[in-house]
Design a protein around this ligand. Sequence first.
Ligand code: PLP
Length: 234
Amino acid sequence: MTTSPYNNEIADNLKRIKENVYNAAVNSNRSPQDIKIMAVTKTVDPKRVNMAIDAGIELLGENRVQEFLSKRDEYNLSAARVDFIGHLQTNKVKYIIDKVSMIQSVSSLKLAKEINKCANKNNIVMDILLEVNIGNEGSKSGFLKDEITLTETLEALANLSNVNIKGLMCIPPVFDAEKYLYETYKLFVDIREKKLDNINMDILSMGMSNDYELAVKHGSNLVRLGTALFGTRK
Ligand SMILES: *Cc1c(COP(=O)(O)O)cnc(C)c1O
């Protein structure tokens, strides 16, 4: 355990975040311990990432393949695991398939099929979340609501034997975020109620620095935090 001022700052931020998550959970009759806190590491120096791990973070979120590969060796991964959360091109899947515990940003059937293929080659089953473009925004990737509720889409995903579908992930539009957080929760419940083989709706990954308390209010059980934990990105 190091005791530089930075470490105290990150530990203090984490303490405050945990209090906020606790309050948001209790206020909506949820159990605070059901909600995981991910540290989003983009642009953050690996030393500071390790300070977050020292402070108790057990889950890292990586956005960029190249950046992740260049920083990974410096991470203290005995105490934390890594999920991929960024836009992922099919030709990059092979670089991360054996280095992450989950890919949260599966934005198309095509990408899911490529992950399935790479996982098969590596003799693993990869946990994935389906990313939903809940606000139907041109600037964002992800399944559209109409697409993901189709039995056809869900069955095609369920048939991939080297991926485990564990839930949904979303980045809601900034304007009117609460409405979209709630819509994502409804979608999560709708899909869960279909009770399809190999489609489990256990994880609802939503909530970032500016809306994580609202996300907890609307059923999120995994909040992804960068700025709130590490400060403003350069
Ligand atoms: C950057 C990022 C976050 C964290 O954003 P902050 O606002 O800094 O908390 C969460 N999820 C994804 C997918 C991101 O790219």
